[in-house]
Write a protein that binds this ligand. Structure first.
Ligand code: GTP
Length: 299
């Protein structure tokens, strides 16, 4: 791995904790907790790349910790290696069936633990890369529709649970067919790429993102942002595209590339359902096009 991985060791036996720490600390950043409860609290606030989990512990046991980690979308992809004095095949099978990546029996060989941890971290790194590649649009290099659908769904549930607003923006490049016809498809691709990068560069908060919705359409998902703030953000996006000043002599509304934007917010008098949020933003976009393009309409 290019950077040191963070490995959490969960074991109620202080000697085991020390030996595991000594085994791994030359290669990884190691954190130690002595119970399942503390492990669950730890992963809520700290990012962890791998967990070595004792099975038998006072309080909640390793199996239960694993079940809870797998139920939480934030922790479900952390690889878990069980470490246990239980040498029965049934126990090992149970651990693996619950979703552990590996099962090591005590007493363990430090050199084998080191290699097994390294292997699991490599698998995790490759899985993360695949996941990332599957979520990025090949042309514009911003998140794709798949990423949008998954994350909008999650943000919508979070907004519903917490009662905080969620705004969605749909954007479309104006008269893009005429741009392709005038400058050619390759120039059209280049234009899409530049517009996408300019839009994505406006997302300063980690929770906001802009994805390619399809063709020459983009969507922004803004958790915690109300209608007024969404309007301000949309203005920033529109200005950013105008500032690119990409010549478009075939456009019917300007001499350069412009975008139209529709906005929908969960708390604008109505509480929209997840899909209705996109449909409302689309109605806003349609109204912005209808009113002359290069403008914003909030629903
Ligand atoms: N170059 C390029 N063009 C694309 C891509 N995806 C979609 N398009 C083009 O985008 C154009 C969209 O055209 P329309 O939906 O008619 O809309 P428009 O010309 O932008 O007009 P308004 O939306 O009404 O302002 C079509 O000509 C598509 O071929 C792409 O990946 N690359």
């Amino acid at each position: 791995m290019s950077k040191r991985a963070k490995v959490l060791i969960v074991d109620d036996d202080p000697i085991n904790r020390l030996v595991l720490e000594k085994t791994l600390k030359a290669e990884h950043d190691v954190f130690l907790v002595e119970s399942g409860e503390k492990a669950l609290t730890f992963v809520k606030t700290a990012q962890v790349d791998l967990i070595i989990l004792d099975v038998i512990m006072p309080g909640i046991d390793g199996y239960q910790v694993l079940v809870e980690l797998k139920e939480n979308p934030i922790t479900q992809s952390i690889p878990i290696i069980f470490i246990s004095a239980n040498r029965s095949h049934d126990d090992e099978a149970k651990g693996l069936e619950l979703g552990a990546m590996d099962y090591i029996t005590k007493p363990f060989s430090p050199s084998i633990v080191r290699v097994r941890v390294r292997n699991q971290l490599l698998i995790k790194q490759k899985n993360d890369l695949l996941e990332m590649l599957a979520s990025i649009d090949g042309l514009t290099e911003i998140p794709n529709r798949r990423y949008l659908d998954e994350n909008l769904s999650r943000e919508w549930r979070r907004s519903k649970r917490s009662g905080t607003p969620l705004s969605v923006l749909l954007m479309d490049i104006d008269h893009f067919k005429r741009y392709n016809d005038c400058y050619g498809h390759r120039a059209g691709d280049e234009c899409l790429k530049n517009v996408a990068q300019a839009l994505a560069a406006q997302c300063e908060r980690g929770s906001d993102f802009i994805a390619r919705y399809g063709g020459e359409e983009f969507a922004a998902v803004l958790p915690g942002i109300d209608r007024h703030e969404a309007m301000e953000f949309a203005n920033k996006l529109r200005n950013a595209v105008n500032a690119l000043n990409i010549e478009h002599k075939a456009s019917l509304n300007a001499d350069h590339i412009t975008i139209s934007i529709g906005i929908a917010t969960t708390q604008s008098g109505k509480v929209y359902a997840e899909q209705a949020l996109l449909e409302e933003a689309d109605l806003g976009l349609y109204a912005a096009k209808d009113a002359g393009r290069d403008r914003i309409v909030a629903r």
